[in-house]
Design a protein around this ligand. Structure first.
Ligand code: PMP
Length: 360
C-alpha cells in the first residue's frame, strides 16, 4: 500500500499504530474470539473495554470526579439541540460566540429553543479574528455561554478559555479536543464528535458537570436527556460500541505517546512550521489573525485562485490527500490533527514550494 498523508478535516486520519492494533484485534479482541464489534454492549468483555476507555480519557484530560463522561451517538450536531434542552433550566436566554461556520450552526439550532444573545459575532469579518475580551457583550441572565474553541472550517482557535464567571461555559471541542491540555473545571459541558481526534465517526463524547444534570424538561425524547444517559452509563440504548472501543485504543496510544502535553508540543511545532512557511511566501496566504490561528485546521489560499483545482489534483497525485477547502469558503485547508506526523507537514511544505516554483 502506498503511503499517503490524509489532510481531511473529518472523518480524519487515525494514528497508524492504532490502525495496526485494531487490525490485529479485528476478529479476536482480548482473546474472546470475537471482534469488539460483535460483542453485546452488556457483556463483561465489552463493559471492560468501555470502562477502560473512560478511565483513560479521564486520566488524559484530568477530568474531576464531579463530571460525568457520556459516550453518545448523534454527533456534535445533536448536542447543538441537546445543550439548550438540558441547560436552559427554566431560563430563556443563552449567550453564544459566533466565530465561524460551526458556532453559526450551533446558534441556529439553539434559536429553536431559546433567545440567543451573540456575545461575540465575527460573521461580518468573515470569521477571521476574535475580538478582545473587553468587547464581549454577555447578557445579564444567560443560562449558559456557548463557544467553539476551534472552528474547523475557518481555522480560528481560542488559545485561552473565555472567562464566563459563574455562568456554565459550554464548549464544542469537536476539532481540538485532546490536542492541548485543558482545565476541565472551567467548563460546565464539553462535547466533541469523535471523527477528528478521538476515533471513527458515530460517537460523540459529552463531559458534563453533575450539578447541571436533572433539568431536562418533559416532552422530549429520552435520547436527548443527558441525565438519562448518565444514569444508564451511556447504555440507555445500544451505544456505538466499535467506535467506543476504537476511541479506547486512541486514548491508550495518546498515553503511550506521552499524553496531551506531548501532543500539544507536537501540534505547536507542526502548525508553526506550516504558518511560518505560508507567511514567508507571496504565493500562499492565510486570512486569520495570528493570535487566533488554529493548530488543527490551516486554511490557505493561492495568489492565483484559478490554480486551486490544479493544486488539489497535483497534491493528490503526490499522495497529499483531501486538501480542498470547505465548499463554503473555497481555497485549501490542511487539517493536521494529532494523528498527522510532522513528516506529513514537511511533505506538504515541500510540495507547496515546488508548486510555487512551477506556477508562482
Ligand atoms: N462542530 C465542529 C467544530 C465540527 O467540526 C463538526 C464537524 N466537522 C461538527 C460540530 C458537526 O459534527 P457532526 O457531523 O459529528 O454532527
Amino acid at each position: 500500500m502506498s503511503r499517503v498523508y490524509n489532510f481531511s478535516a473529518g472523518p480524519a486520519a487515525l494514528p497508524a499504530e492504532v490502525m495496526r492494533r485494531a487490525q490485529a484485534e479485528f476478529r479476536d479482541c482480548n482473546g474472546t474470539g470475537m471482534s469488539a464489534m460483535e460483542m453485546s454492549h452488556r457483556s463483561k468483555a465489552f463493559i471492560a473495554i468501555a470502562e477502560q476507555a473512560e478511565a483513560d480519557l479521564r486520566e488524559l484530560l484530568v477530568i474531576p470526579a464531579n463530571y460525568k463522561v457520556l459516550f453518545l451517538q448523534g454527533g456534535a450536531t445533536m448536542q447543538f439541540g441537546a445543550i439548550p434542552l438540558n441547560l436552559l433550566r427554566g431560563k430563556n436566554t443563552a449567550d453564544y460566540f459566533r466565530t465561524g461556520a460551526w458556532s453559526e450552526k450551533a446558534v441556529k439550532e439553539a434559536q429553536r429553543f431559546c433567545a440567543v444573545n451573540l456575545a461575540v459575532d465575527t460573521q461580518a469579518g468573515n470569521y477571521t479574528d476574535i475580538p478582545d475580551a473587553s468587547e464581549w457583550k454577555f447578557s445579564k441572565d444567560a443560562a449558559y455561554v456557548h463557544y467553539t474553541p476551534n472552528e474547523t472550517i475557518h481555522g480560528v482557535e481560542f488559545h485561552d478559555v473565555p472567562e464566563a464567571g459563574d455562568i456554565p461555559l459550554v464548549a464544542d471541542m469537536s476539532s481540538n479536543i485532546l490536542s492541548r491540555p485543558i482545565e476541565v473545571s472551567k467548563f460546565g459541558v464539553i462535547y466533541a464528535g469523535a471523527q477528528k481526534n478521538i476515533g471513527p465517526a458515530g460517537l460523540c463524547v459529552v463531559i458534563i458537570r453533575d450539578d447541571l444534570l436533572g433539568y431536562m424538561p418533559e416532552g422530549y425524547p429520552s435520547l436527548l436527556d443527558y441525565t438519562a444517559h448518565a444514569k444508564a452509563g451511556s447504555m440507555l440504548n445500544t451505544p456505538p460500541t466499535y467506535a467506543w472501543y476504537f476511541a479506547g485504543l486512541v486514548f491508550q496510544w495518546l498515553k503511550d505517546e506521552g499524553g496531551i502535553a506531548a501532543m500539544e508540543a507536537r501540534n505547536i511545532q507542526k502548525s508553526r512550521k506550516l504558518y511560518d512557511f505560508i507567511d514567508a511566501s507571496d504565493f500562499y496566504s492565510n486570512p486569520v489573525a495570528k493570535h487566533c490561528r488554529s493548530r488543527m485546521n490551516v486554511p490557505f489560499t493561492l495568489a492565483k485562485p484559478e490554480l486551486d483545482k490544479l493544486f488539489v489534483e497535483e497534491a493528490d497525485k503526490a499522495g497529499l490527500k483531501n486538501l480542498e477547502g470547505h465548499r463554503s469558503v473555497g481555497g485549501m485547508r490542511a487539517s493536521i490533527y494529532n494523528a498527522m506526523p510532522e513528516a506529513g507537514v514537511d511533505a506538504l511544505i515541500a510540495f507547496m514550494q515546488e508548486f510555487e516554483k512551477r506556477h508562482g
